[in-house]
Design a protein around this ligand. Structure first.
Ligand code: URA
Length: 207
């Protein structure tokens, strides 16, 4: 695994210390452009972990994951199925916002292999220290980084998958996929499917 500034992340035994170390990570180019590292948040004892893609514009400014439009939709969906956001651990595959500038706006750029590989030790440490009962992969970037192969969401969503460390995993769509639906109909249909996946997630940690 690539190490941040020669640091042995594997030997860090507390999550706040990992988060602190990640704040000074300069392994990928994004570290030089983004406002700050956006590390995961939530209790170390969480039985449910969600992994997204990367922080967006608002997350980059706030320093917290899933607080922008996708995050607000995610919160609403969690609330609807009776999962408290404070009880779950929420993080991203990549901890820095990747973007390009267009007319003074910062436009999201898909995280690539370089960033995913550079950030892998951080996500690995989060998984090792939180040890969730269920890890939910939100979208293709998280799913392919964690399953270490290319993933077609439509083929793999909504069923439990055993991960390399024995943890139970579940693939679903990214909440921003719901925001991108072209019609109101499609949006509510996809939102309901997402809610069903969250219900399944809840049942997998309570059974
Ligand atoms: N999208 C993500 O994947 N993560 C965030 O934190 C926000 C938006």
């Amino acid at each position: 695994l690539p190490l941040a500034e020669g640091m042995d992340i594997e030997r860090i035994t507390a999550l706040p210390a990992v988060a602190e170390a990640a704040r000074s990570c300069l392994t990928c180019a994004m570290a030089h452009h983004a406002t700050q590292t956006v590390f995961g948040e939530g209790p170390t004892t969480a039985s449910l972990m969600f992994v997204g893609e990367q922080p967006g514009d608002q997350e980059d400014l706030a320093g917290r994951p899933f607080v922008g439009p996708a995050g607000q939709l995610f919160d609403r969906a969690l609330h609807e199925v009776g999962i408290a956001r404070d009880d779950v651990y929420v993080t991203n595959t990549v901890k820095h916002f990747k973007f390009f500038n267009r007319n003074d706006r910062r436009i999201h750029q898909k995280a690539g292999m370089e960033e995913i590989r550079a950030c892998a030790p951080w996500l690995h440490a989060e998984r090792r220290l939180v040890r969730p009962r269920l890890l939910v992969m939100l979208g293709a970037t998280a799913a392919s980084a964690i399953l270490q192969r290319s993933v077609v969401i439509g083929r793999e969503r909504s069923r439990p998958i055993t991960l390399d460390d024995g943890t139970c995993g579940l693939v679903t769509v990214h909440p921003s996929f719901l925001l991108r639906q072209p019609t109101e109909d499609a949006r509510s249909r996809e939102y309901l499917r997402f809610i069903e996946d969250l219900r399944l997630a809840r049942s997998l940690i309570t059974s």
